[in-house]
Design a protein around this ligand. Structure first.
Ligand code: GDP
Ligand code: MG
Length: 295
């Protein structure tokens, strides 16, 4: 029988360096929401890839994690717990930086201090940099972290991803699969429905509004030709509710249309989407609320 290898691969780094973009390239599905705003990934999201090489079968369990930040809210503390957990479990750590990184990853490096698994340092967004700038970054990282391996990629343009995959496979331990072979992710479908709504909110509103929103999918009913999704959007103040709605509800309607279209693409089925906006004062500060939201 062929050998089987399996392991957990954690994608960590500062906000906005391209972790979610990389995760989606590696998994080949849009699992993790990506926007140009920092802190859009709040949970740890796993994506599972099964495959084979000439020598062995494998299962890769990737974890996308929230960007590492200094906690200002209970929410942030919970987010950082996901990061810790994923470093502890990791068989391979993918530490993502980008060419803009201002050498301020002290907090990330600290978290990796006791990590015994191989660390692949990834310099992303090389499409935006000159050869010299990339080389300079590589030299920099060799001196301060001395990672097991340094790779340069463009997650957005799918450059360097194959080499990265081969590197991950090389580090992967011999182990039976952790999840059934037909499972793509550990998260239920309604989680992705909620993430899609949240992404559209991030794309349609400015400043603090998206950060004050949480989306809960309260119903996800699938029939042969249709999925009915009911969602609740929680905000912290009535003023935010008004902003979310917009004049005559036009703005939230746009969010609903965009979210529905994306869900139809993601689930491959017609979707009927309901949205309710609720005010939940200071939900980001309340422990029991956060627990209900799955943090
Ligand atoms: P995360 O916060 O680390 O998960 O970062 P995201 O994956 O959400 O990406 C942040 C932003 O960087 C988005 O606007 C991406 O489109 C962009 N981005 C990611 N990878 C690349 C890349 O290789 N090149 C360029 N030019 N942009 C990228
Ligand atoms: Mg992200």
């Amino acid at each position: 029988m062929k050998q089987h290898r399996a392991g957990f691969i954690s994608i960590i780094g500062k906000p906005n360096v391209g972790k979610s973009t990389l995760m989606n390239q590696l998994v080949g599905e849009k699992l993790s929401i990506i926007t140009s705003k920092a802190q859009t990934t709040r949970h740890r999201i796993m994506g599972i890839v099964n495959g084979e090489t000439a020598d062995f079968d494998f299962q890769l369990v990737y974890s996308d994690t929230p960007g590492i930040i200094k906690p200002q809210y209970e929410l942030h503390t919970a987010m950082m717990e996901f990061v810790h957990g994923s470093i502890e479990d990791a068989d391979v750590v993918l530490f993502v930086t980008d060419i803009y990184e201002k050498y301020d990853e002290e907090d990330v490096i600290q978290k990796l201090q006791n990590c015994e698994s191989p660390i692949v340092l990834i310099i992303n967004k090389i499409d935006l940099a000159s050869e010299e700038a990339i080389t300079e970054k590589e030299e920099h990282w060799k001196t301060i972290l001395n990672p097991t391996k340094i790779l340069t990629i463009s997650a957005l343009n799918n450059v360097g991803i194959d080499i990265l995959l081969n590197q991950v496979l090389e580090f992967l331990p011999v182990h039976p699969p952790y999840f059934p072979k037909d499972e793509l992710t550990d998260k239920p479908e309604r989680f992705f429905a909620a993430e899609i709504v949240r992404e559209k909110i991030f794309l349609n509103y400015k400043k603090e509004v998206p950060y004050s929103c949480e989306v809960v999918v309260t119903a996800f009913k699938e029939s042969d030709d249709l999925i009915k999704v009911s969602s609740e959007i929680y905000v912290e103040r009535a003023t935010q509710r008004a902003i979310l709605l917009g004049h005559k509800g036009e703005r939230i309607k746009k969010v609903g249309i965009e979210a529905r279209q994306e869900m139809e693409q993601f689930f491959g089925k017609k979707v009927f989407l309901e949205q309710y906006i609720k005010v939940e004062p200071d939900w980001r500060q309340k422990k029991q609320k956060l627990e209900r939201f799955g943090y």
